[in-house]
Design a protein around this ligand. Structure first.
Ligand SMILES: C[S@@+](CC[C@H](N)C(=O)[O-])C[C@H]1O[C@@H](n2cnc3c(N)ncnc32)[C@H](O)[C@@H]1O
Length: 273
């Protein structure tokens, strides 16, 4: 990584450290870990009991705890020290048998001492913080046991590309407002508030994101020698991104029935030979 990219990842670390105390107190991060996953995510993940499962960019470790409660030997890794401290404190409070490691995902092989896993998982809202997908895919391949599964669930790049028009009469019209494809480098975001309920950040409001098309992701994983097993695209997400979205079942929203069906989330499964 060049020094500019290293600097941006350090800014992201400080930003996630600043978000952590707000997230720790938020209603958003008090939800039951089991309910963070759709039935189809559990089906894609398969049997987890007695499996070594690593969550990259685990934040407060909600997914890690959910996997442990299904019988996995669950490890979470994240760049933000404050998030790892909070994840450990929560696990201790709730008696969950999990392990957390503070490291940059690009240093994960070293940080985990060469351990390998049956499942490597990354959750929604993770890929946008990765400046280099081929390098990340190579780390993922190194972390997997032979036969192991990488499961990537994230917001669809089309969701990130769309934004509402300013003054629609019958609800917002969605327009293409942001890049779908990568290629324009880092995007600087400067936001005093995070995505959960709670107060403003105390500082470190600047963060950097990178866009990745679905083709970039598939190509990066295939280039690392992984075999793509499936790529699911769904029209539902776990919060009402735009005000006119409709709730379909507890915790899931979609665009109204009359609007075009477009993917808002995707889930990719790939395996190592
Ligand atoms: C939106 S969260 C991921 C979703 C998470 N599973 C949750 O519970 O909400 C993004 C996480 O990525 C982490 N992160 C960002 N860049 C990283 C990097 N280079 N290496 C490791 N973690 C990183 C942040 O610290 C943050 O905790």
């Amino acid at each position: 990584m060049d020094s500019g990219t290293e600097r941006m990842m350090r800014a992201n670390e400080a930003n996630w450290d600043a978000r952590t105390p707000i997230h720790a107190e938020s209603r958003f991060y008090q939800r039951d870990p089991e309910t963070w996953f759709a039935d189809w995510e559990w089906a894609d993940l398969g049997e987890l009991a007695d499996r070594d499962v690593l969550t990259l960019q685990c934040h407060l470790g909600v997914d890690v705890v959910a996997f442990a409660r299904r019988g996995a030997r669950a490890v979470g890794l994240d760049l933000a020290g404050a998030a790892i401290d909070e994840a450990r404190a929560r696990a201790q409070r709730d008696g969950d048998d999990v392990e957390f490691v503070r490291a940059n995902v690009y240093d994960a092989v070293e940080a985990l001492g060469g351990r390998r896993f049956d499942v490597v998982y990354t959750a929604k809202g993770s890929l946008c913080y990765l400046p280099d997908l081929p390098a990340w895919a190579s780390v993922v391949a190194d972390l997997l046991n032979p036969g192991g599964l990488v499961y990537v669930v994230d917001f669809h790049p089309l969701l990130n590309a769309l934004g509402p028009s300013q003054n629609g009469d019958d609800g917002p019209n969605l327009l293409l407002r942001n890049d779908y494809l990568s290629g324009r480098g880092a995007i600087e975001k400067n936001s005093t508030h995070t995505y959960t309920d709670g107060p403003a950040l105390a500082g470190s409001t600047r963060a950097y994101e990178w866009r990745h098309g679905v083709g970039d992701l598939v190509t990066a994983l295939a280039g690392a020698g992984l075999r793509i097993e499936g790529l699911r695209e769904t029209e539902q997400i776990q919060w009402p991104r735009w005000p006119h979205m409709e709730q379909t079942e507890p915790g899931w929203w979609r665009l109204p029935e009359g609007e075009p069906r477009i993917p808002l989330l995707f889930a990719l499964r790939a395996t190592k030979n």
